[in-house]
Design a protein around this ligand. Structure first.
Ligand code: SAH
Length: 215
């Protein structure tokens, strides 16, 4: 654990991060803002990169994963339109930072990660931080988590080249799917499942690591 004085310094940086990067760019959902003020982002990056944790950029943290830019985490979380009773599925646990932000807001978070080492580390960290409403498992997120479906929201934090049909099927009618699509430059799509398909709500230019299919 860090000495209290350092934690206070990180808390001050977190407040500045929320004010200047997130609130200032139009994120207004009070639960999202509160979650971003609470979750200690510096605990989700490698020790030697903690000083960078509250910067306005993504950070590469090894094994083909990045911790997304704070604004993108806030944007995607708000786009899911979650409430305290929501059940949400995340594809690409990675550092588990986005997972923790979701866990502050939703009732249950299911998260799938394809790199086994990340699963072990994320599970351990989330337990140490006291999150009891998160379920992390190893696997290819393209196929979703049928046993836990349907979900009120699904967030994909690695980019496929098309919307995975299994994820659409595992979304309840009215639920939101937030997914970056494409190779290289991508479009982050915010989709709502309707009775007869998907309705696009908004989109944003982004860059995520590719979604890899496990053999
Ligand atoms: N949400 C994470 C982002 C991590 S980067 C964070 O905030 O830190 C994307 C992650 O998606 C990587 O950890 C990568 O291993 C994982 N990933 C890539 N393809 C995947 C797949 N098919 N299923 C599950 N996870 C996948």
């Amino acid at each position: 654990m860090d000495p209290p004085a350092r934690d206070d310094a990180f808390a001050a940086r977190r407040d500045r991060m929320v004010d200047s990067q997130i609130l200032a760019r139009g994120i207004s959902d009070a639960r999202v803002l509160e979650a971003m003020r609470r979750v200690e982002r510096h605990r989700f990056v490698p020790l030697d990169q903690r000083e960078l944790a509250y910067g306005d950029y993504p950070i590469g943290i090894g094994f083909g994963q990045t911790i997304s830019q704070p604004y993108i985490v806030a944007f995607m979380t708000e786009a899911l339109a979650l409430g305290p009773d929501s059940r949400v599925l995340e594809i690409g646990t990675g550092s588990a930072y986005q997972t923790a932000v979701l866990a502050e807001i939703a009732r249950d978070v299911y998260s799938i990660e394809v790199v086994r080492e990340h699963v072990a580390r994320a599970t351990e960290l989330l337990r140490a931080l006291g999150y009891s409403n998160v379920h992390v498992r190893h696997g290819d997120g393209y196929t979703g988590w049928p046993d836990a479906a349907p979900f009120d929201g699904i967030i994909v934090t690695a980019a496929p080249d098309h919307v995975p049909p299994p994820l659409v099927e595992q979304l309840r009618i009215g639920g939101r799917l937030v997914v970056p699509i494409g190779r290289g430059d991508q479009d982050l799509l915010v989709l709502t499942r309707t009775e007869d398909g998907l309705r696009e709500e908004e989109r944003l230019a982004v860059r995520f690591v590719p979604l890899v299919r496990s053999p």
